[in-house]
Design a protein around this ligand. Structure first.
Ligand code: G1P
Length: 566
């Protein structure tokens, strides 16, 4: 206990009008947090004030970061403000490091009131990069719009915040640190926990670790290559895959979390995880995986760089859940996917007689479905899968799910994917991202496109591209009614669904820190196995042509093509 009580100070501030959280938390250029007066403090105060004072007093919160630049500074401020605002205990990962799934898992385990995660996921780190603040609730998952709206409302009129500026903690020292404060909320405790242990124990009870260990060791071992992309996942990969499950130490690369991720985007896709792709193409490894900055997302590659599309990965895991012991105990109640994710999951749900829910983009929409026991497995096309073991996306869980499937089926990644297509058909899928578009151009393009596709005459439209014909079956601006609480979320993207099961979707990203990002998603279905070997972009070419023509995106934004294709 400190000798003298630590003072609690109230600081006058001026509100900001732009602290509205996006698809998942508040994302801005790091410099905005660093240079705009009290930008961080205002938002943290708004988050803390959104929790009812009675619930806040003496409660526990979890804090973690993906290790990116500015995280340590932000954690210090969060600790000082949490203490001043009556939070009783903070549980923080050692050196501030906790993956998003680990935070979700710890919130549940210790029955915390919620958690703050400092990350901008796949975005660049460093002073010139992005920074983000996510707030997860008591169920462990991203808070719903009702909470983020409340935070935003508070932020718009905030005039003061409270803080204990003299309170200092040692982020590197495991164990408890107790502080006596000069207010009625005392004492204040901070507990520094190992970044991996609690999460590892949860995984141990989900998977058959000895089966995975058998796969990764011994004379016929599966050679794997795991790229932690210098994000938060390094310590998890080393401890869980190498130390615990026996993968050789040299299977894991880029395992030191760096503040700027080594100057690269920690984005596990074919555009940014190129060193993994190159290594896999050499043919020596049978399984490859990469993670994003905070460990929610993952990409799977097979031998010779065989790419597993994330929507397929979700459907394949769904079809193979019996390979994971956890589901023998819990059963499989339902599946969920975001509306932008391919409908491959529906085909599995149909065969397994399991309901499949469609939600808007963003993990927060899965929370109610899982909490109410309706959903056991969910995912998004943005390289994210998760299950009801926690309430956030979980990249390492997905990797262990894949290794469990390979161990049980004794097949290669490519064989598993091809068998899946042969059984369920193949959903060809791709996403075009137009990044850094001028926001007004993006806004007006979407507004006009919405007017076009929601016009009555559009419902009977037919399109011909070469010898391909598409008839519009349904076109709308997607509104979602939550089946659990009945809440309605409007205008979540523009959908054009054709009668041959093809789809085009347009939406504006909710995670851009500056400018706008337009996403165009295209999907078509092919049942015939003799046609499963084609390049997705070639198959989807006619749909993309329709999308470009309808939106006029190149004319409207001055762009010649997408920045990234996944
Ligand atoms: C993106 C992804 C979405 C994911 C979100 C947060 O959001 O598309 O699936 O949930 O990041 O990680 P967007 O930028 O599209 O709004």
């Amino acid at each position: 206990m400190e000798a003298n009580p630590i003072p609690v100070v109230t600081v006058q501030t001026a509100p900001y009008d732009d602290q509205k959280p996006g698809t998942n938390g508040l994302r801005r250029k790091t410099i905005v947090f660093e240079s705009r007066r009290n930008y961080l403090q205002n938002f943290i105060q708004s988050v803390l004030s959104s929790i009812d004072l009675r619930d806040r007093q003496g409660c526990t919160m979890v804090v973690g970061s993906d290790g990116r630049y500015f995280s340590r500074t932000a954690i210090e401020v969060i600790v000082q403000m949490a203490a001043a605002n009556g939070i009783g205990r903070l549980v923080i990962g050692q050196n501030g490091i906790l993956s998003t799934p680990a935070v979700s898992c710890i919130i549940q385990k210790i029955k915390a009131i919620g958690g703050i995660i400092l990350t901008a996921s796949t975005k660049l780190g460093g002073p010139g990069g992005d920074f983000g603040i996510k707030f997860n609730g008591a169920n462990g998952g991203p808070t719903p719009d009702s909470v983020t709206d409340k935070i935003f409302q508070i932020s718009k009129t905030l005039e003061e915040y409270t803080i204990c500026p003299d309170l200092r903690i040692d982020l590197s020292r495991l164990g408890r640190q107790v502080f006596d404060l000069e207010n009625k909320f005392k004492p204040f405790r901070v507990e520094i926990v190992d970044s991996v242990d609690i999460y590892l124990n949860v995984l141990r009870n989900i998977f058959d670790f000895s089966a995975i260990k058998g796969l990764l060791t011994g004379p016929n071992q599966l050679k794997i290559r795991i790229d932690a992309m210098n994000g938060v996942m390094g310590p998890y990969v080393r401890k869980i895959l190498c130390e615990e499950l026996g993968a050789p130490a040299n299977s894991a690369v880029n395992c030191v979390p760096l503040e700027d991720f080594g100057g690269k985007l920690p984005d596990p896709n074919l555009t940014y995880a190129t060193s993994l792709l190159e290594a896999m193409k050499a043919g020596e490894h049978g399984f490859g995986a990469a993670f994003d900055g905070d460990g929610g997302r993952y990409m799977i590659l097979g031998q010779n760089g065989f790419f597993v599309n994330p929507s397929d990965s979700l459907a394949i895991i769904a079809a193979n859940l019996p390979c994971i012991p956890y589901f023998h105990q819990t059963g499989v109640h339902g599946f969920a996917r975001s509306m932008a994710t391919s409908s491959a999951l529906e085909r599995v749900g149909k065969v397994m007689k399991v309901p499949v829910y469609e939600t808007p983009v963003g993990w927060k929409f899965f929370g109610n479905l899982i909490d109410s026991g309706r959903c056991s497995l969910c995912g998004e096309e943005s390289f994210a899968t998760g299950s009801d073991h926690i309430r956030d996306k979980d990249g390492l869980w997905a990797v262990l799910a894949w290794l469990s499937i390979i161990a049980a089926r004794k097949q290669t990644v490519e064989e598993i994917v091809r068998d899946h297509w042969a059984r369920f058909g193949r959903n060809y899928y791709c996403r075009f991202d137009y990044e850094e578009v001028e926001p007004r151009a993006a806004f007006f393009m979407m507004r006009d496109l919405e007017a076009t596709i929601t016009d009555k005459s559009f419902a009977s439209q037919q399109f011909a591209v070469g010898n391909h014909f598409y008839s519009v079956d349904k076109a709308d601006s997607y509104d979602y009614t939550d089946p659990v609480d009945g809440s309605i979320t409007k205008r979540q993207g523009l959908r054009i669904i054709f009668s041959n099961n093809s789809r085009i979707i347009f939406r504006l990203s909710g995670t851009s820190s500056t400018a706008a990002t337009v996403r165009i998603y295209a999907e078509s279905f092919e049942k015939d196995p003799s046609k499963h070997n084609r390049e997705p972009q070639a198959v989807l070419g006619p749909l993309i042509a329709i999308a470009l023509k309808l939106s006029q995106i190149h004319d409207r934004t001055g762009r010649r093509g997408p920045t990234v294709i996944t």
